[in-house]
Design a protein around this ligand. Structure first.
Ligand SMILES: [Fe+2]
Length: 281
């Protein structure tokens, strides 16, 4: 059966994508950040997943306010890189895994998670920046990608508890797949940040650090954090952290924390990177 070999939490800051695309690793602003992500790239090279299920949110690239799916699964053989206003990022094509994706769709929907199924979808920085963080600038991504898009843009987003349960259902689905793929699950977005209004620029490292500690050791408790607490403590865009709970739900209750790095500033965001693996071999 397929096996989940990694759970990754990773911010998807657009400016990080630009820094990678423009090779600004040695720029004084960026060098400390890139030094911190180097061990993650090494570990991902060793882990060598065949497939990454990337839990991310679309930023009005594939979906507008006309259609707002709470959970949308990408089934296509490939996903074009979205033009977010400056042309598509110069990254390799994102290749899907339709067979596994359709299996996930069947398993999750019969498990009572009523996903929106998407056969055609451009993917934006929410999905491509974490790939760049983990894999750098290859000529082709080293794995196939199944996008799992979560609405955290338009109120009401799903609760953390619902996202955690979705992750557990995702685990059951992967376990039931007869192929021998090595699967990584990426939860993206966050950590604390707010892009607009009177509190624009808000960063709360205490909240984020406690979130990461809890995500590792007691995810059931972290899953109970409500929308208001995210908004108050982590800013208007901090709600993206619920997507890390999907990733955590897909892992065993007991995990090893392989690596953690946090960094301020990257753009307006407290940037987080967390690598987890199941504690049991
Ligand atoms: Fe985002």
């Amino acid at each position: 059966m397929a096996r989940i070999v990694a759970g990754v939490g990773c911010s998807h800051v657009p400016a990080v994508g630009v820094a990678i695309d423009k090779d600004r690793h040695d720029d004084p602003y960026w060098a400390p950040y890139f030094a911190k992500i180097a061990p993650a790239r090494e570990w991902m090279r060793d882990i060598a997943p065949d497939v990454c299920i990337v839990v991310y949110n679309d930023h009005a690239s594939a979906f507008s306010l006309e259609v707002i799916p709470t959970f949308a699964l990408g089934l296509a053989a490939g996903f074009p890189v979205a033009d977010e206003g400056y042309g598509p990022r110069p990254v390799p094509p994102v290749v899907g895994h339709p067979e596994l994706a359709w299996h996930l769709a069947e398993s999750l929907i019969l498990d009572e998670f009523d996903l929106t199924l998407v056969n055609e979808m451009a993917v934006d920085h929410g999905l491509t920046v974490p790939l760049s963080v983990l894999f750098g600038r290859p000529s082709a991504w080293p794995c196939k990608v199944i996008p799992l898009c979560v609405n955290v843009i338009q109120y009401p987003p799903p609760t953390g508890r619902r996202c955690h349960r979705l992750g557990r259902a995702l685990r059951r689905a992967v376990d039931a797949w007869p192929g021998d793929e090595r699967v990584a699950v990426l939860g993206t977005g966050g950590m604390s940040h707010q892009l607009h209004g009177q509190r624009a620029g808000l960063i709360n490292t205490d909240f984020d650090d406690a979130f990461l500690d809890g995500l590792v050791a007691d995810p059931g408790k972290v899953a109970e954090i409500g929308h208001t607490e995210y908004l108050r403590e982590a800013g208007a865009e901090g709600i993206e952290l619920v997507m890390w709970l999907v990733m955590r739900g897909a892992l065993d209750p007991e995990v090893n924390e392989v690596y953690r790095a946090t960094h301020v500033p990257t753009s307006n965001t407290h940037n987080g990177l967390l690598l987890l693996e199941n504690a049991a071999p």
